[in-house]
Design a protein around this ligand. Structure first.
Ligand code: ARG
Ligand code: GLU
Length: 710
């Protein structure tokens, strides 16, 4: 039996170590160099990350707070995804200048649009500070005392380093708190919008194609980083100059063939690869399916109304995108985990871990971990479920969520300073205008009925907000709610805000939508959170120990730390996949596919006339593939997650091949378990990006700034 286990452990470990999996710390890349070179890489780890000379890392940025970008010229020219630049494009759009619909191109630098609030962060250096941060700390300590010591050590260390540098200093835990790294970052605050394609290109396929391969989205936008005359970050000024990076990425026009080595360099946000089986099972088979079912019902209601009415389609487009993104992803997680037998494989691994624990007395810290995981996760489950209902059913009833904006006001008294009242009223007026612009009451009424019914059917009285326990007839409750609550009527809300007097507070305090919102919040604060918090605190400690135990058990294995929104390198191959028996996906798509998908009646599939013209004339210039077609997107077996949007995907020479923007839904389980057979990231081909800039938009001057390798 033991032999069998060892064999399985070996098999799993070797799968885990298989190229493709792992989000590697750039400063430790020398440990991966050999494997990367064996897979085809022609550069060195030192070319990718170095603090002694310029390296690729100097061209990689954290774009805003949630995406990655890369610098592609000596004049601070930056590429990221269209969906990452979306908010900034939208902010500059108006009816006269509808950049979302029509695209935008600055034909010279004076036309570039400042984006106050947008930051670009570049990592200058990282240092292993584990010893200093965990000084005087051990695993037998009370967790609270341990954390206090760690916090103090970090504070001291940050203060020390801050004295020696102008960079922003921070420390982040890796390997679930077993290691700590200090990061020195430079934060640029003058970033300008340079260009973006029309949404028909940048969002082609929209939500219908989101998470799906084959894909044809030209998901890119262009910005420029500015600095003061000395190249230092500065707030916006007309005197600022384009930032000259220590290194910019070269752009390859050669494309990539099946099997070619490729790597992604960027900012993955969060993965959980070291969870015990019980947690993966719970996520994939309890929590995600509930969220998928609830969101699916809401999306069905949206669809039904969106199909009937153009205005409603636009009003609910962004809400649909938001709900649909998680809905499709979690469906993929469940399917992938079960199809790949992820839970069983983790269980096998855990049995061998348990055997390892029994082999030495010194492993006492780990011996009960797995048993305790099972207990803790079981104890957590009803509250996690309750939380899932709260966020996916309760708070997706728009009238409740909107009423929540008035919660603060409802707590005011006659003594609240008038200045604070005025400010609150002013911001509520804004919130109200924004809400009603995109609100269609029949949808919300139907969502309310459906979600409340779900709630009453599936959650017992102790696991739902108290207002639900007074509802006898859902239809009657919802009808009265929408009749009585002022939040159902823009007129009533405006009237209330325009003529606000403290004596009106009573009316607000009795509003049924606000009462429902408060009941949900109280349920979270009084019931859910007090139960979940202590369990989660215990779990954090146990996960840290479990991680440490795994590393001790397999000292020869290279472990990669879970994503934590810091710079990482991940690598694999350009390749297609077989998502199902009999289905075989090629690794790239072309412009022909855009023409195949074209449908002038479906918003997501409208094709720009200019793009059709270029297609008909096969006017691809030097951006065509050697097969003569225009490649649009491609897949690779590179381990990515949210936050990797906009990340460069690079070839064996470290040249830009494309911009990562999504994954295939069949492989979204890669946040929990990576399987090189079905986990694929999706990138837009850089040649399509340049083709759109140059041939479609006539912005060749931007391409001319770049270093092109033909
Ligand atoms: N699925 C991608 C992500 O997780 C892209 C989302 C934006 N695109 C969209 N069509 N909604 O962020
Ligand atoms: N679209 C995701 C993002 O915005 C990347 C896709 C993924 O989750 O892999 O970060």
């Amino acid at each position: 039996m033991k032999k069998l286990h060892l064999l399985i452990v070996f098999l799993i470990s070797s799968i885990m170590a298989f190229a493709g999996e792992g989000m590697w710390i750039p400063m430790l890349l020398q440990y991966n160099e050999k494997e990367m070179q064996e897979m085809g890489m022609r550069i060195t780890a030192d070319d990718i990350y170095s603090i002694n000379h310029s390296s690729l890392k100097d061209a990689i940025v954290l774009f805003g707070g949630g995406c990655t970008g890369e610098i592609v010229s000596d004049y601070g020219l930056l590429l990221t995804n269209h969906h990452c630049g979306y908010d900034w494009i939208q902010k500059h759009s108006s009816v006269e200048h509808d950049y979302l619909t029509n695209g935008f191109w600055a034909m010279d630098r004076s036309q570039e649009l400042p984006c106050p609030g947008l930051t670009v962060t570049i990592l200058r250096e990282m240092r292993d500070v584990t010893e200093k941060v965990t000084f005087n700390v051990n695993d037998d300590m009370e967790e609270k005392e341990r954390q206090q010591l760690i916090d103090e050590n970090m504070k001291k260390l940050i203060a020390e380093v801050e004295k020696t540098t102008d960079y922003k200093v921070s420390i982040k835990p890796y390997f679930l708190g077993n290691e700590y790294y200090l990061l020195l970052n430079e934060v640029f605050t003058d970033v300008r919008l340079v260009g973006c394609p029309p949404s028909n290109i940048g969002k082609f396929g929209g939500d219908t194609d989101n998470w799906v391969w084959p894909r044809h989205t030209g998901d890119f936008s262009v910005f420029r980083v500015y600095a003061d005359k000395d190249g230092h970050p500065a707030t916006y000024s007309a005197d600022n100059v384009p930032y000259k990076p220590a290194k910019h990425l070269d752009v390859s026009l050669k494309g990539a063939d099946e099997g070619d080595f490729a790597f992604v360099f960027g900012y993955p946000a969060r993965t959980s690869e070291y969870l015990p089986a019980v947690a993966v099972d719970q996520e994939a088979n309890v929590i995600d399916p509930i969220a998928v079912r609830l969101r699916g019902e809401i999306l069905d209601i949206y669809n039904q109304y969106q199909e009937q009415d153009r205005k409603v389609r636009i009003q609910y487009a962004s809400k649909h995108a938001g709900l649909g993104n998680g809905w499709k992803k979690w469906m993929g997680v469940t399917e992938g985990i079960n199809h790949f037998h992820g839970v069983e494989k983790k269980r096998f691994y855990e049995e061998s871990f348990q055997d390892w624990c029994y082999q030495s007395r010194q492993r006492y810290l780990y011996i009960n971990l797995l048993k305790q995981f099972d207990e803790k996760y079981k104890a957590l489950e009803p509250y996690k479920v309750a939380y899932t209902y709260l966020t996916n059913a309760g708070l997706n009833i728009e009238i409740f969520d909107f009423a929540g904006n008035f919660n603060k006001l409802s707590k005011f008294t006659a003594d609240t300073p008038s200045e604070e009242v005025e400010q609150t009223i002013a911001s509520l007026k804004k919130a109200s205008a924004a809400f009603f612009k995109d609100y269609y009451q029949p949808i919300d009424e139907e969502v309310a009925k459906t979600m409340l019914r779900e709630y009453l059917e599936h959650q017992s009285a102790d696991f739902r907000p108290s207002f639900l326990n007074e509802i006898k007839d859902v239809d009657a409750y919802v009808e009265i709610l929408f009749k009585k609550s002022m939040f159902a009527s823009e007129e009533k809300v405006n009237d209330f805000l325009d003529n606000f007097k403290p004596k009106h507070l009573k009316k607000l305090q009795k509003d049924p939508a606000l009462l429902a919102y408060q009941s949900m919040i109280d349920f979270y604060l009084d019931v859910v959170n007090p139960k979940m918090k202590p369990i989660n605190d215990d779990l954090a400690r146990m996960q840290r120990l479990y991680m440490k135990g795994q590393m001790l058990m397999e000292p020869e294995k290279r472990f990669s730390p879970d994503a934590n929104f810091t710079l990482r390198v991940t690598y694999g191959k350009v390749e297609g996949f077989k998502p199902q028996d009999g289905k075989n996906y090629r690794h790239f798509t072309t412009l022909e596919g855009i023409m195949e998908k074209e449908n002038p009646d479906i918003y997501d599939y409208v094709v720009e006339p200019r793009l059709k013209e270029l297609y008909n004339n096969k006017d691809y210039g030097r951006y065509a593939d050697k097969d003569g077609t225009m490649h649009v997107a491609f897949t690779a077996s590179v381990h990515t997650t949210g936050g990797n949007s906009g990340s460069p995907i690079l070839n064996a020479d470290g040249q830009l091949l494309g911009l990562n923007f999504d994954r295939c839904w069949e492989g979204t389980m890669s946040d929990l378990i990576y399987d090189p057979d079905i986990c694929r990231n999706i990138s837009v081909d850089i040649r399509y990006v340049l083709f759109i800039m140059d041939k479609f938009a006539g912005a060749k001057h931007l391409v001319d700034e770049m270093t092109i390798v033909e």
